[in-house]
Design a protein around this ligand. Structure first.
Ligand SMILES: *Cc1c(COP(=O)(O)O)cnc(C)c1O
Length: 373
């Protein structure tokens, strides 16, 4: 049996007639850059996230960059963040000449450990950029309390967390600015690059709208040095076809996670591997289903590959140890939980169309590995 980590073929085939019609509408209207489809999508996304504004842009990476630019983050400023995330979480900070100040993660959720944040706050701290990793929200009550106490804005890197909730509030609606990605492997994936930001703040929205078009509120009059970061009409059209299906896909991912939990428990494997833990009040959307494998992670991965099962490691090198950030002066051992997670985590297939027999095969194959090792 073959079980890919992610297979979009079935989803795309089911939507193909609708997607082709939507692409045709863009061709007919020439709305290639932003345009009518993107404007409609932005309204629908704001409704979905429960925010006043949703503003499309060229990628999730740009969404974070735009958010930090809107908050005036620049040279000499510090941004507290996690080293256990995708590169763009941190490159957006350094690209602006600001300094990432890394705080270690909670080993259970893999998200920023709020108990470690306060001691890193200085007079130069301009934002706390948290990540809702794998699709589960960070501990927002604790982070909001720190944010309020010190008057430091929160930015959500919600690239993996569209539709995730904390106490009934959706990702993107719990901070000054939420940042999302339409990269094809995200729960709401485009057919190319794309992203968006959310906010409830009128002034920030106005600035974000300008920043994505070279910093101009009026064409050819530049208030800021912004970016060229616009969502294109074809992506807008495709995403409008997909958005109404998102909650159904999320339900299917959650059902798959529950099936894995039962299968791993029944197979007696929860001693050898750690399965995802959902925090109380949090709705996990399982962009990734990540297990912890304290021993022989790489051997298990090789075994699964040999048996036709796709896996991946998110992420093998924590950001404080990346070559390009060596100048920040961190060394091995500085952020032990992030380093341990990088050695021990393994993502298994979780996409909505995954079949129960494929999941059973994944768990049986892991059991086979442990019976041989
Ligand atoms: C995917 C992702 C991004 C970047 O999104 P792109 O659209 O690929 O630029 C940023 N942060 C996290 C946590 C991501 O998973």
């Amino acid at each position: 049996m073959n079980v890919p980590l992610l297979d979009l073929k079935e989803q795309n085939a089911a939507l193909r007639p609708e997607i082709e019609a939507a692409l045709g509408r863009v061709l007919d209207t020439n709305g290639f850059i932003l345009g009518g489809e993107v404007a409609e999508l932005e309204c629908e996304l704001a409704g979905y996230c429960g925010t006043k504004y949703a503003i499309g842009c060229a990628s999730g990476s740009d969404a974070i960059l735009l958010a930090l630019m809107a908050l005036d983050i620049g040279p000499g400023d510090e941004v507290i963040t996690t080293p256990y995330s995708f590169f763009a979480t941190v490159s957006s900070i350094t690209r602006l000449g600001a300094v990432p100040v890394f705080v270690d993660i909670d080993p259970v959720t893999y998200n920023l450990d709020p108990a470690l944040v306060e001691s890193k706050i200085t007079t130069r701290t301009k934002a706390i950029e948290l990540v809702h990793l794998y699709g589960q929200c960070s501990d927002m009550d604790a982070l909001a309390a720190i944010s309020e106490k010190h008057g430091i804005p929160l930015v959500e890197d919600a690239a993996q967390a569209i539709g995730a909730e904390e106490s009934g509030v959706r990702a993107g609606a719990m901070s000054s600015i939420g940042c999302f990605s339409f990269y094809p492997s995200k729960n709401l994936g485009g057919m190319g690059d794309g992203g968006f930001v959310t906010t409830n703040d009128d002034a920030l929205a106005k600035k974000l709208l300008a920043l994505r078009v070279h910093g101009s509120e009026e064409r050819y009059y530049h208030k800021y040095v912004g970016l060229n970061s616009r969502l294109d009409g074809f992506q807008g059209a495709v995403l409008r076809v997909k958005l109404p299906h998102l909650d159904g896909w999320t339900d299917a991912r959650r059902a798959n996670a529950e099936r894995y939990r039962q299968l791993f428990t029944d197979a007696g494997l929860t001693e050898q591997i750690g399965i995802p833990v959902e925090r109380e009040n949090a709705k996990h959307i399982y962009n990734q289903y990540v297990i912890r494998v304290p021993n022989d992670r790489d051997a298990l991965r090789a075994f699964l590959t040999e048996k036709g099962i796709g896996t991946d490691i998110y992420y093998p090198v924590p950001l404080h140890l990346q070559e390009c950030f060596a100048y920040l002066g961190y060394t091995d051992g500085d952020l032990p939980e992030s380093e341990k997670a990088a050695r021990e985590t393994l993502a298994l297939p979780i996409f909505p169309e995954l079949r129960p027999e494929q999941q059973a095969y994944v768990v049986e194959t892991i059991a086979e590995f442990y019976s041989e090792h």
